[in-house]
Design a binder for this molecule. Structure first.
Ligand code: SF4
Length: 317
């Protein structure tokens, strides 16, 4: 069941050279109890797409078109005051670097209690109990004792757990996990992803996983959207995507994954375009081995490959 629908989201930035479009008709949906991965290289628009949901955007960003429907409302039409009870409570963010969300001057307990008081309306003993329970649920040992710790006394993995505890304490319906394990050791990465998986299964939370790491997607996602230069170029259920990838960019990304064989690691030639660059037609065409004449002139539509599998490439015309 769909809990959030992003449709035809268009966004741009006001730069020195004028207004530059950065997102083009981005559409995807999040389902209860499922993880949807937005994948792509740095600068492809995945983070700004996710941040549009909670309107945590740079000042020079402007959404020019689209809808983001959550709980029967278009989030893009809500004022900041109306968004506040949703942001951080019903839709919570797990950032790449947890210190961007934790205040170094307050204890973990204080920060957790504040969130519970504001979003759950609980006070005193009840709020304290809920905070300790949330820390226990994310497997922080000696939770009651750890309430008194400051963020700098927590390891990277524990800080990430504390942020997940805040989302749990508010019964968040959606978790936006923005490269949640990039700053962590490999073993801790696996623990955090396992924890997110357990939360998803136990509480029916929908997860939007922002990542450049296809191995993480293979292990943790249910559905994949591949982004390139501000557009979703391929969208499919996870198993279908890894069995039958279609878009030349997805294929190139998959070929650049390390494997156990002796095969040399392949790279994608060239760089993704910046938003200052004007590229006509398919924005991948300067890097695409299969580029045809039409690709330099027209923007490919989303062609249906199979049920729920779409690819924006003229090879499917
Ligand atoms: Fe390559 Fe053309 Fe497909 Fe773009 S539309 S990915 S340039 S073949």
């Amino acid at each position: 069941m769909s809990v959030l629908e992003v449709s035809n989201l268009n966004l741009g930035f006001m730069c020195e050279c004028g207004f530059r479009q950065a997102l083009y008709d981005v559409s995807f949906s999040l389902e209860k109890g499922k993880t949807h991965a937005l994948v792509g290289e740095s600068g492809c628009g995945k983070t700004v797409s996710a941040m549009s949901i909670i309107k945590l955007l740079p000042k020079n960003a402007k959404i020019t078109k689209g809808q983001i429907i959550f709980g029967g409302k278009d989030l893009l039409k809500l004022k900041n005051k109306e968004l506040r009870p949703i942001r951080g409570a019903k839709i919570a963010l797990i950032p790449q670097e947890p210190m961007t969300s934790l205040n170094p001057l307050y204890t973990i307990g204080n920060q957790l209690l504040e969130v519970i008081k504001i979003h759950q309306g609980l006070q005193g003993e009840q709020a304290y109990k809920k905070a300790v329970e949330a820390l226990e649920k994310v497997q922080i040992p000696c939770a009651a004792e750890r309430m008194k710790a400051y963020p700098h006394e927590f390891s990277g993995g524990m800080k990430q757990r504390a942020i997940i505890a805040m989302a749990l304490a508010c019964n968040a319906e959606i978790l936006i996990a923005d490269e949640p394990t990039t700053a962590l050791d490999v073993t801790i990465q696996a623990q955090i992803m396992k924890l997110l998986d357990e939360i998803k299964k136990n509480t029916d939370t929908a997860i939007l996983l922002i990542t450049h790491d296809l191995a993480l997607v293979a292990e943790n996602a249910d559905c994949v959207s591949v982004m390139y230069a501000g557009r979703i170029v391929e969208n499919a259920p996870k198993d279908e995507f890894f069995k039958h990838p279609n878009h030349p960019y997805s294929l190139a990304l998959l070929r650049s994954l390390p494997s156990n064989s002796d095969k040399k690691l392949q790279t994608i030639s060239g760089l993704p375009p910046s938003i200052q660059q004007d590229i006509f037609g398919c924005k991948f065409h300067p890097r695409c081995e299969k580029c045809m004449e039409i690709c330099t002139k027209e923007v490919p539509a989303q062609f249906k490959i199979k049920d729920n599998h779409y690819s924006a490439c003229f090879l499917n015309k």
